[in-house]
Ligand binder design. Structure first.
Ligand SMILES: CC(=O)N[C@H]1[C@@H](OP(=O)(O)OP(=O)(O)OC[C@H]2O[C@@H](n3ccc(=O)[nH]c3=O)[C@H](O)[C@@H]2O)O[C@H](CO)[C@@H](O)[C@@H]1O[C@H](C)C(=O)N[C@@H](C)C(=O)N[C@@H](CCC(=O)O)C(=O)O
Ligand code: ATP
Length: 457
């Protein structure tokens, strides 16, 4: 299909319509009056929806349409946004304005764009005074008596597997769910021993055509898209909670640029979690909880816990090169070249026997001088943190410092380089690993799941 317009030259991005039938959601978008772009999400073995759940389902589907539009909007970033159903209430417009601005901040930074003041979802009462915009705050939606069971999304990496085992440790009823057709994620999901749910997502083919025509391109907040898909799934299949595995460190910005914080992982952060969690309570169901089970923990606290989960060692991978839709994937599960491989190696090293770690990665990344620049960026030494899902610079430094004190690591090329070149510029009092292992009190985990936090002690 050709869309034969250059989206960079368009004036309006249109949320045209969304529909659902027989397990398939269709989400339709267009630029100006150009050809329609249709994304499809397929829910397997979808049960019939009880009439009492229809309104909640429609709200969740509408939000999925609005959130998934970010993949297409970014191709042109035109000055105006139109929503077929009409203007949005304030909470919905606030959620979307924030998601598109912050979730596309890396995209904007890398393309030299400034989206501030450009993204404005149409909102009720916007044409009248600002103080009365959107009318009175919407009360909570009614509770749907959703079954006490949890959707646990699986990403193929360590974090979601830790969340699975934490829920299993309290005998919680849970289903391992994943979006897309990655065999690696499927293998991890199967390894959990939980019931499985694999939802398919097909981007509009026209997007790839737009990319070939020179559309704007770059990172999108994919966790928000997956979250909205799972909110629809929770109502459809009957789950009262969605427990992501987004660690505390995900809220930390990658860099600051002209007064704006740019966070590659924005939709994994706490601000988005709170916005979406509150929105679901108000618009969908008072008893549908959206949270991250790992929110109190740093990356290092998570890797310490994961280091005990040996049955997953030959199945998991955090290397995002495995998850590309197009293009080559690594020959084995770890490419060894990307920031995720570097960070996970470094963050697991203080908690795993060295031979075990080397057998997971097939090599010793800390003994390879060619990788110095990659590890420097993780330490925020002469560079900013990479645009990837990696921990904070300070926790990477704490991990490296811990290795520098271990005889089995001390002589490896990049640990020795840390000692001679970087350490003299640091304050050793700030390099202890222990503070990173302490949980923070900030989280939105529902009472029913809170006992699972004991798994991290
Ligand atoms: C796998 C990956 O890292 N992909 C990023 C990469 O995309 P690339 O062009 O190399 O290949 P594809 O992933 O195959 O994508 C093809 C095109 O499709 C567009 N696209 C893809 C998925 C989607 O949901 N919407 C889309 O519009 C994409 O723009 C490509 O042109 O580079 C892209 C540009 O920087 C990234 O956007 C791709 O990231 C994927 C959306 C992705 O799934 N990435 C996750 C592995 C990821 O980064 N997760 C973050 C979550 C952060 C968050 O806030 O959600 C993380 O773990 O930190
Ligand atoms: N394809 C997917 N389907 C459903 N959820 C996903 C998918 N990819 C990632 N997620 C979820 O998004 C969250 C963030 O992903 P992330 O990549 O950080 O986690 P991970 O893959 O479990 O661990 P790691 O950080 O080691 O890669 C996790 O809860 C993960 O389960």
């Amino acid at each position: 299909m050709t869309t034969n317009i250059n989206p960079r030259l368009t004036q309006v991005f249109r949320f045209v319509r969304c529909s659902y039938a027989d397990g398939v959601a269709e989400l339709v978008y267009a630029f100006d009056h150009g050809e329609e772009l249709t994304e499809r999400v397929t829910f397997p073995h979808a049960p019939a929806l009880p009439a009492s759940h229809q309104a909640a389902f429609d709200e969740a589907l509408k939000l999925l349409h609005l959130i998934a539009g970010v993949s297409y909007y970014k191709a042109g970033v035109p000055p105006r946004i139109e929503v077929a159903g009409g203007p949005l209430d304030d909470t919905t417009a606030n959620l979307l304005d924030a998601l598109y601005l912050h979730g596309l901040a890396e995209f904007a930074y890398r393309n030299g764009l400034d989206l501030r003041g450009r993204i404005a979802f149409p909102r009720l009462g916007a044409e009248t005074s600002t103080s009365s915009r959107g009318g009175a705050a919407k009360p909570e939606a009614k509770a749907l008596s959703l079954p006490h069971r949890t959707l646990v999304p699986i990403g193929g990496g360590k974090d979601s597997l830790v969340a699975v085992e934490a829920i299993k440790s309290i005998g919680g009823e849970a289903t391992a769910v994943w979006v897309g057709n990655s065999p690696l994620i499927a293998a991890c999901a199967e390894r959990t021993g939980l019931p499985l749910l694999n939802i398919q997502r097909e981007l509009a083919p026209g997007l790839f055509e737009l990319n070939r025509l020179g559309a704007w391109n770059g990172h999108i907040p994919v966790t928000a898209v997956n979250s909205a898909i799972l909110a629809v799934a929770a109502i459809l299949y009957g789950f009262d909670s969605i427990a992501f595995a987004n660690e505390r460190s995900a809220s930390a910005a990658t860099l600051e640029y002209e007064g704006q914080l740019v966070n590659h992982q924005w939709s994994k952060g706490y601000t988005f979690e709170a916005l979406l969690g509150d929105w679901l309570h108000r618009h969908v169901a008072a008893d549908l909880d959206y949270c991250s089970l790992l929110r109190p923990y740093s990356e290092l606290a998570v890797t310490r816990t994961f280091a005990k989960l040996t049955p997953y060692f030959d199945a998991f991978s955090s290397c995002n090169r495995n998850f590309k839709i197009l293009g080559p994937k690594p020959a084995d599960r770890w490419c060894g070249q990307c920031p995720k491989c570097h960070f996970v190696f470094l963050a697991l090293a203080p908690f795993l026997a060295k031979p075990r770690l080397l057998s997971i990665f097939g090599r010793n990344l800390l003994d390879d001088e060619n990788l110095a620049a990659g590890f420097d960026a993780l330490l925020e030494y002469q560079d900013h943190k990479p645009f990837e899902c990696v921990g904070e610079g300070a926790e990477a430094r704490a991990a490296m410092y811990a290795l520098n004190q271990r005889s089995e690591w001390q002589e490896d090329a990049l640990v020795a380089r840390f000692r001679s070149e970087i350490l003299p510029q640091l304050d050793e009092k700030e390099l202890a690993i222990e503070p990173w292992l302490q949980p923070s009190p900030e989280h939105r985990i529902p009472k029913r799941l809170q006992p699972a936090l004991a798994f991290f002690e």
